[in-house]
Design a protein around this ligand. Sequence first.
Ligand code: TQI
Ligand code: ZN
Ligand code: ZN
Length: 168
Amino acid sequence: HYSFFPGMPRWSSRRRDLTYAFDPRNQLSDDVKRVFGNAFTRWSEWTPLTFTESSNYDTADLKIGFYGGNHGDGEDFDGVLGTLAHAFAPPRGLLHLDSDETWIIDDVFASGSPSAMDLESVAVHEIGHLLGLGHSSIEEAVMFPTISSGVRKVELARDDVEGIQVLY
Ligand code: TQI
Ligand code: ZN
Ligand code: ZN
């Protein structure tokens, strides 16, 4: 079953159209940006929310970046595997990914590294946190707190949809 953060924080009902931006220091490829665009679309299909990429990182509601180790927010990354990514509950809007992971951006790279993680699967999960969802006890849910390397789990389960529709 779905859960929320303590106090059930969510984006205000006056703020349905959210912007997101990528940390310009990362110089991310269009392929990586497309993965996040697809991940946002999966949530917007079940909510009144819209997500639009902004080129202004400083003013965007949701800020996405890849960092290694200590990156200044007190939640250090830990190298390969362990913590892959984290996101802060509303209204902070930060989504950070561990740059030491091998990220699968498209299926062509899926073979090879045994510890590679599917970027869109992690993005869909972390966007759930950005919007206010905690973890789910339902194994099929994208908000279930375990994923295996190389596994792709990007489709929202009924439980994810029910949870996000309580919030929005
Ligand atoms: N990062 C954890 C996560 O996003 C961070 C975390 C731990 C957390 N406890 C939390 C975030 C409680 C919010 C609330 O869950 S992670 C998965 C999953 C991680 C884990 O790197 O362990 C995914 C990142 F669920 F599959 F295990 C992405 Cl998809
Ligand atoms: Zn961080
Ligand atoms: Zn999580």
